[in-house]
Design a protein around this ligand. Sequence first.
Ligand code: 7TS
Length: 406
Amino acid sequence: MDIKAIRSEFPILDQQVNGKPLVYLDSSATSQKPTPVIEAVNSYYRLNNSNVHRGVHTLGTRATDQYEGAREKVRAFVHAQSTEEIIFTRGTTTAINTIAYSYGNANLSDGDEIVLTPMEHHSNIIPWQQVAKTTGATLKYIPLQSDGTITMEDVQATITSNTKIVAMTHVSNVLGTINPIKEVAKIAHDHGAIMVVDGAQAVPHMKVDVQALDCDFYAFSGHKMCAPTGIGVLYGKKALLEEMEPVEFGGEMIDFVDLYDSTWKELPWKFEGGTPIIAGAIGLGAAIDFLNTIGMDNITEHESKLVTYAMQQLATIDGIDIYGPEKRAGLITFNLVDVHPHDTATVLDAEGVAVRAGHHCAQPLMKWLQVTATARASFYLYNTTDDVDRLISALQRAKEFFGDVF
Ligand code: 7TS
């Protein structure tokens, strides 16, 4: 990978923050956007802006072609069978809520079980809690090993004939754990349950093939993969989506409307009520083109090298706790012993290094780790070993700054 050329596509990286060149290590929260994505959104608004799927005028046709063209790019990117299976949403959160409220409420009842893990982001916990309250279903958790992984024995033991839904993150946004989705999906299916995958931290960083995984639903967000905020994707198997009711009703999603009853459009549009996120989808299409040009395998390899280097360098710092397994995605969650992560992140920010501090929308996992918060450095295709070196020296500064507590 020509990292210099890649970095030159991200104008935001070329700036000083607090008098130091910016080191952006918060891509798990949201990624930066390359020029082709910014330009795609810009040129859509300057040249083609119009509503989609209505009327016959030229701008409307162009906007519709671009919007539906983006859907085909997403389909190919995750290797779905058909564009009918690709629903544009506001992000991962909206996608999971759609599954929970539509599929969950219709298919769960008293005595049914929803199986999760304690490493889930809140957006893959709370919708299921809500559905459980409405339907009488119960939540069960696959226990974590001390390194933040799950075992197939525990998966086997937790999923039973009462399990109707298994919902699991592909990659943990805190631990970096990569879960064995294909194997878990097989066990779920053997018990008659469906497999829901939160792919927010996977799709931006690795090749994902929804057919090879054989998951039933797969949710992800555009903004973590170089696309704008406000656009995301719900992939679902056609047979399931066809049976499901929409959760939002109104314009765009209908076939016929009468005074007392209405019918819905076919897939995928029945799930896209209202004027859709046109510019966002076009931006996502441009982001996919950009990522494909670099190659997802190259991105995975680049991040893997960076995270290995970062782990080696962090090991040279005394008094640092690092959470998560050895084999991990491109992020590292840590705490300087006796320093609050917000203080660590504040010192790092003064050094121009952006990391996230907090509970990372994973409070149950924080409880399991027996901490209230952590700091997290997350890597993407534009990060370099220089960025890691800057992180390390900024952490040394933080240690000096809070020296009395060591
Ligand atoms: N699932 C996972 C695994 C995530 O990491 C996130 C966002 C979401 C779901 C929600 O995505 P959204 O686009 O709908 O908000 N994670 C983070 C994070 O780690 N720091 O900020 C947001």
